[in-house]
Design a protein around this ligand. Structure first.
Ligand SMILES: NC(=O)c1ccc[n+]([C@@H]2O[C@H](COP(=O)([O-])OP(=O)(O)OC[C@H]3O[C@@H](n4cnc5c(N)ncnc54)[C@H](OP(=O)(O)O)[C@@H]3O)[C@@H](O)[C@H]2O)c1
Length: 296
């Protein structure tokens, strides 16, 4: 498993119950490490072998749970270990990472997933499970699950093989595009996007554009669902602070390049105007650009 953060530790800990899992870290100073997952007032502890990316040792199955902008570099760092038949599962937010990997490693089998499970890091390799959720995994064009998926379905709660994973990824992208940047810009919880009329109007404009782009890109089912799905998520997560809001507040890099910027690349390819999404992308980039101190 590559990307031992909040989501990585959550899934590594679950998968350990049905087979071996190795944590791939940038550097390893010991042979094993304890992963702690807190939930429902208790804590589970599992000891997992660790391996530095640069070491040797063949990898036949790779779960990638880094942030979107780290996927390419992280996988490149273990490229020498990937077997020719290696199965790689990308389980993070955003789109475009699979395209980058396909360009770098055209021979590898790539799978994509999306999860609504929630977790956050308390300390290195110590996470708190913040909410149960559904996980969908698939490979574009593949109807039946590969053999390794049976371990996932036995281990991970509410985990399904999705023969139309692209639709699920697009719907998730649409929801992220409509909610994350706007909450980050206004420093508000998700529910305010419905409660404040001026923000609700902006959400509607963003959704109109996103639906048009999804339709033009061939995802007409997603186009029909965008407005309703975004409204449902805003209502269902009204008290949450989006991950992008948390990243901006903490001065961390956001995943905007794999969310709104990806959407806008598709919009340009399909000749669909998207001024509201483009303006939002510009404002998030301005908000997170490194500041230059004129005093030196
Ligand atoms: N957290 C959630 O509830 C949640 C829910 C759904 C989806 N997601 C998505 O899941 C993805 C991961 O999110 P997260 O919250 O788990 O992020 P996170 O806590 O920051 O974890 C990412 C991990 O990847 C590691 N990493 C980055 N580059 C690496 C490299 N080259 N080699 C080895 N490890 C590397 C990071 O290490 P360092 O910290 O040392 O850089 C960090 O431990 C994101 O796309 C996020 O949007 C998260």
């Amino acid at each position: 498993m590559l990307g031992a953060g909040a989501i990585g530790c959550l899934f590594a800990s679950a998968l350990r119950s049905t087979g071996p899992v190795t944590l791939l870290l940038r550097e390893a100073t010991a042979a094993a490490a304890e992963v702690v997952v807190e939930r429902d007032g208790g804590a589970s502890r599992v000891s997992l072998p660790i391996s530095a990316a640069a070491q040797d040792g063949a990898i036949s199955h790779l779960l990638v749970t880094t942030k979107a902008y780290d996927v390419r570099r992280a996988v490149s760092a273990v490229a020498h270990r990937l077997t020719p038949a290696c199965q790689i599962l990308l389980l993070g937010n955003g789109m475009g990472m699979a395209d980058e990997l396909r360009a770098d490693f055209p021979h590898l089998a790539l799978y994509c997933g999306t999860t609504t499970a929630g977790a956050y890091r308390i300390a290195p390799l110590h996470v708190r499970h913040a909410g149960r959720g559904a996980t969908r995994i698939g490979q574009p064009g593949r109807r039946l699950a590969p053999p390794w998926f049976s371990r996932w379905s036995r281990t991970v709660a509410d985990c399904t093989w999705d023969a139309q994973i692209e639709q699920a990824l697009w719907l998730k992208l649409a929801i992220n595009c409509a909610i994350n940047p706007l909450t980050a810009l206004h420093g508000c919880r998700n529910g305010e996007l419905a409660a404040r009329p001026e923000l609700a109007l902006q959400v509607a404009r963003l959704c109109d554009e996103i639906a048009a782009i999804a339709g033009a890109a061939g995802y007409s089912g997603v186009a029909r669902q965008v407005h309703g799905a975004v409204a449902d998520v805003i209502a269902g997560t009204a008290h949450n602070r989006s991950s992008m809001l948390q990243d901006v507040a903490a001065g961390r890099r956001t995943e905007i390049d794999y969310i709104s910027a990806y959407l806008l690349r598709v919009a340009a390819r399909c000749n669909v105007p998207a001024p509201a999404n483009a303006a939002l992308l510009r404002r998030i980039r301005a908000l997170t650009a490194p500041r230059i101190d004129p005093e030196g």
